[in-house]
Ligand binder design. Sequence first.
Ligand code: DAH
Length: 357
Amino acid sequence: MDDLKQKYLGQIANAADEAALEDIRVTAVGKKGEVALKMRELGKMTPEERQVAGPALNALKDEINSALAAKKAALGDAALDERLRSEWLDVSLPGRTRRVGTIHPISQVTEEVTAIFGELGFASAEGPRIDTDWYNFDALNIPGHHPARAEMDTFYMHRAEGDDRAPNVLRTHTSPVQIRTMEAEGAPLRIICPGGVYRADYDQTHTPMFHQIEGLAIDKDISMANLKWVLEEFFAAFFEVDTIKTRFRASHFPFTEPSAEVDIQCSWENGTVKVGEGDDWLEVLGSGMVHPKVLQAGGIDPNDWQGFAFGMGIDRIAMLKYGIPDLRAFFDSDLRWLRHYGFASLDVPTLHGGLSR
Ligand code: DAH
């Protein structure tokens, strides 16, 4: 019995893992194991022999079982230690900054403008970039022969042979969204419409695709005074200055009557412009009182309603605000440029949280 004990305790001590331990358990104290076989031999013994051998066998079985349990616990501890060692992590290391890209200045400025007009009660509306000739021109009081059509350098879409409808156009301005929103929502209305527009023009200050933001307010008693106030509020908030002077110059647009081009106060110093101070003026948008024919085209009765509209270049005011010298660089997708002029991706512009930093 001492031999058995030595053999199994030795094997248990050397077992490398739980599987080896289980094998030992089966051969030693399992139902058909060596100890069980010895137990069966008890029957052949004399009562005296049995009285000695019985308790001794039980004691052996207990001893092997507790050695198995102890070894199993030790193996478990060792495995846990090993795992803790391999999964160790220094949580005091500084975090890694990851480049997740930046927000393009056009997107940033669109968000800023939307936030400001949102505070003024203007909702944001969108329309398609490919539009019909009717929405882009006729509905805005620009009939077929109108010189404004030629001036716009329009991109026309292809029509299948035999299809003699007027070709669709890449919208040349965001003004068609005025008509679409009037049709969809009726009066009263207070919207801005930001988005991309297209004209066949490419030089230092023009790209074939650029961005505009349209504004439209329709109600019973809207006047040019409301337009002036809204624009001055907007420019002061956008350029993050206390007040800003505007200058309204009489102008002509087919879709407004009267029409005005609006300049903002600025100064020039060493070729850079500063907005909100000085004696110079910078043209930033076109505007006016919505032409009765335009209201009619949008399904709104000009005898009951009137309103103002304006359209300005997003790219233009982005360049002014952020001192970006070259318009064409906006659309070059140059990573170095994007990193330099881009904005942090998690800073959403709001009037309370700050438009820009
Ligand atoms: N659509 C004009 C353009 O692209 C800009 C414009 C001028 C829009 C006057 C307006 C407006 O709504 O009233 O040049």
